[in-house]
Design a protein around this ligand. Structure first.
Ligand code: ATP
Ligand code: LTN
Length: 332
């Protein structure tokens, strides 16, 4: 009999168009892992309202993010691609798990501290309990691996702790998930402040490359990228800006740092930045073309969403029922 494939679950918030950071840190892995694993990917729209969203804009972003997943190569037949709010069980499991999560644990989450500092006027309870919903996403599907960027490592560890705590009380209910974090591209930095991560909700449009930016925009943003005053293209401690560009160049071309250093030996930063821009634009071009093709067919996208939501509901149902029985609810 064929061995059951290990399970993968991951999510992305539809808060804006995904960036090159999202792509190289997470989404590119989502596509690659499909061959070997049983993959489930969600557009985490429940998570996204922890920061105030315009409803029309949010709806547009959900269509866009979902279509982009398919354009990047997530196969909706082979894997499960769905919109989180279309499977009601995420919110249900999240409630139960919130009763197995300590206030102190959530207070230590750096994303909560960062986002509440950024939006002091709206430090809502959802922002605080966000990691519990993320644990529910993961544990509902009994995921073994969770491909994410390094910024999500702390949330992953919390998911594992919650699962272990629940299993210790009720027996083996949840698979303990592990983070799957790329070595080089786990934290692509902002082009304007290379000590910070590239983020899709950064107010400065020059700080990030959107996967839908056109060629000229991509090249212009890389030209303006903040670097140090040296001029040798070398990967070295303290050269955050150049290190980041070398990481991006390596990821989009497949070249090692050494090969890149050789290629640009005796050439300046200007020439290198142009090459990074061109290589990135080349890498994103087929995704953009496929995105344009797919987004013209809203009916097909909605069909995929519907099938995805049904598959997601079915595969998570067993877990939720088991949890309900374990805690003492009546499941008829
Ligand atoms: P926001 O700015 O809206 O908080 P974000 O850019 O952090 O969004 P998420 O939707 O929170 O994006 O993350 C989607 C995935 O992309 C996660 O796995 C996250 O770890 C990864 N990721 C986000 N930013 C980067 C980055 N700069 N480098 C590598 N991976 C990243
Ligand atoms: N919290 C994640 C997005 C996310 C996620 C998930 C990632 C929501 N649910 C489940 C992995 C698994 C973030 O990137 N901010």
């Amino acid at each position: 009999m064929e061995k059951e494939r290990k399970k993968i679950l991951s999510g992305i918030q539809p808060t804006n168009t995904p960036t090159l950071g999202n792509y190289l840190g997470a989404l590119d892995n989502w596509v690659k892992l499909q061959q070997e694993y049983d993959c489930t990917y969600c557009i985490a729209d429940l998570h996204s309202i922890t920061v105030r969203q315009d409803p029309q804009q949010l709806r547009k972003q959900v269509y866009e993010s979902y279509t982009l997943l398919l354009a990047m190569g997530v196969d909706p037949e082979h894997s499960t691609a769905f919109v989180q709010s279309q499977n009601c069980q995420h919110a249900e499991l999240s409630w139960v798990l919130s009763c197995f999560t300590q206030f102190g644990e959530l207070s230590r989450m750096t994303q909560f501290k960062d986002k509440s500092a950024k939006h002091p006027e709206n430090i809502n309870a959802g922002l605080f309990t966000y990691p519990v919903l993320m644990a529910a996403d993961i544990l509902l599907y009994q995921a073994d691996l969770v491909p994410v960027g390094i910024d999500q490592k702390q949330h992953l560890e919390l998911s594992r702790d919650i699962a272990m705590r629940f299993n210790n009380i009720y027996g083996d209910v949840f698979t303990l998930p592990e983070a799957y974090i790329p070595t080089d591209t786990a934290k692509i930095a902002s082009l304007q402040d290379p000590t910070k991560k590239m983020s899709k909700s950064d107010e400065n449009p020059n700080a990030s490359i959107s996967v839908l930016d056109d060629r000229d925009t991509i090249i212009r943003k890389f030209k303006r990228a903040v670097t140090d005053s040296d001029s040798h293209v070398r990967y070295a401690p303290g050269k955050d800006g150049i290190n980041n560009l070398m990481t991006i160049y390596g990821a989009v071309t497949g070249k090692t740092y050494e090969q890149t250093e050789k290629e640009f030996d005796g050439k300046g930063y200007g020439e290198f930045k142009l090459a990074v821009g061109e290589a990135t634009a080349d890498r994103l071009a087929p995704i953009q073309a496929e995105y344009a093709r797919l987004s013209a067919d809203k009916k097909y996208i909605e069909e995929c969403m519907k099938n995805g939501a049904e598959k997601a509901f079915k595969s998570s149902r067993r877990t939720l029922q088991k949890v309900y029985k374990k805690v003492g609810y009546i499941v008829l």
